[in-house]
Design a protein around this ligand. Structure first.
Ligand code: URA
Ligand code: SF4
Length: 188
């Protein structure tokens, strides 16, 4: 492959024009965190603040994500955080299937470089891109599945928790489950 190093991966992302989202981006938001992380979090795509700053989850959803991590004794420097698409969809619309298809190989390259034990999908878009196209977030969140040596699980997107705080109780169960899985796999 052409993306066997971080430098190659980040260079390819920075100059990418593989889907129309490049035309409206300020920054490509490749990912952030520990390149040796045991846990990879995957969101859907950059929002406004992320596009302006070039880092994932730095807006309101990101602040909640930081709190969620802190609640199980983690901070964002221990984990790696990335998105399905690396450029902001206009007006924060869902990334289109063809945009996801054009971009997902960057996430695969990141996953090969990091080799995390656990991948947590944040929200439906990430779960459908990574776990299964017909994944139902309300019904299947919190359920672990082992695939190709990775443990996969999806929980609500922090933006969904901001819109509907009644989902926080389930999200908290998922976070505790993540913490237990990390202990089981001797990540912590
Ligand atoms: N929402 C996402 O899915 N990703 C981000 O980076 C920020 C908000
Ligand atoms: Fe390239 Fe992904 Fe940005 Fe589309 S979203 S231009 S595929 S980096």
């Amino acid at each position: 492959g052409v993306m066997v190093t971080w430098e190659q991966l980040e260079g390819a992302c920075r100059s990418c024009q593989k889907c129309p989202l490049w035309q409206t981006r300020t920054n490509v938001v490749t990912g952030v965190g520990n390149r040796e992380a045991e846990v990879l979090f995957v969101g859907e795509g950059p929002g406004e603040q992320e596009d302006l700053r070039g880092d994932p989850f730095v807006g309101p959803a990101g602040q909640l994500l930081d709190k969620m991590l802190a609640a199980i004794g983690l901070d964002r420097k221990q984990v790696y955080i990335a998105n399905v698409v690396k450029c902001r969809p206009p007006h924060n619309r869902d990334p289109l299937p063809e945009e996801q298809a054009a971009c997902i190989h960057y996430l695969r390259a990141q996953t090969r470089l990091i080799r995390p034990k656990i991948i947590v999908c944040l929200g439906r878009i990430a779960a459908q891109a990574i776990i299964r196209p017909d994944f139902k977030i309300t019904r299947e969140r919190g359920i672990w599945e082992e695939r190709k040596g990775f443990w996969l699980m999806a929980t609500y997107h922090p933006s969904a928790l901001l819109r509907d705080p009644s989902k926080k109780r389930d999200a908290w169960e998922d976070l505790k489950s993540l913490r237990r899985k990390m202990e089981e796999l001797e990540c912590i």
